[in-house]
Design a protein around this ligand. Structure first.
Ligand SMILES: [Zn+2]
Length: 167
């Protein structure tokens, strides 16, 4: 069971909030009692816990305990609204998996998620291969007859290279 499931179960099993701290109005105790309204019986209350009168308890601590069902429910909701993160097995980058890969045959999502970092590296590798092929072609070219093609290749090689320390 995940920690989140454990927290959910504990919240469901506990007396439903809100819990209201109240000074006792009877002579049986001098402690602070946390009360919760009984769900099926509006207007009647059940005790959640009592702070022993001999124990010093800060009001802030009582407040935090009293608010805990509301706070935990709020935090659980926040956690569940977070996008699911995937850890890339290749590079370890954690990425938000809202963009499912599309199967080229069916056009439907195929349940896989491409790591954007690995994808970027792959694109850069392909670009470098293409650049190398273009440079090789340029070297082999007869400049007198293929001047226009040469100009196009030089321009293609310059794309995306502005300001980069190119080797
Ligand atoms: Zn990766």
């Amino acid at each position: 069971m995940s920690k989140i499931d454990e927290i959910k179960q504990a919240l469901v099993a506990a007396t439903p909030g809100p819990w209201e701290p109240a000074e006792p109005d009877n002579e049986e105790t001098d402690g602070i009692i946390l009360w919760a309204e009984v769900k099926d019986s509006p207007g009647s209350y059940t005790g959640v816990c009592e702070f022993h009168p001999d124990t010093f308890v800060k009001d802030e601590d009582v407040n935090l305990i009293a608010k805990s069902p509301e706070y935990i429910a709020y935090l659980l909701k926040q956690v569940e609204q977070q996008p699911e993160l995937w850890d890339c097995p290749s590079c370890g980058f954690a990425f938000d998996a809202c963009h499912e890969d599309v199967d080229p045959v069916t056009g439907e999502g195929n349940g896989n998620y491409t790591c954007p970092l690995c994808e970027l590296i792959e694109v850069e590798q392909k670009q470098n291969q293409l650049r190398k092929a273009l440079r090789d072609a340029l070297k082999l070219m007869d400049k007198k007859h293929y001047g226009i093609a040469q100009k196009n290749l030089v321009e293609a090689l310059a794309v995306g290279q502005e300001g980069e320390g190119n080797q």
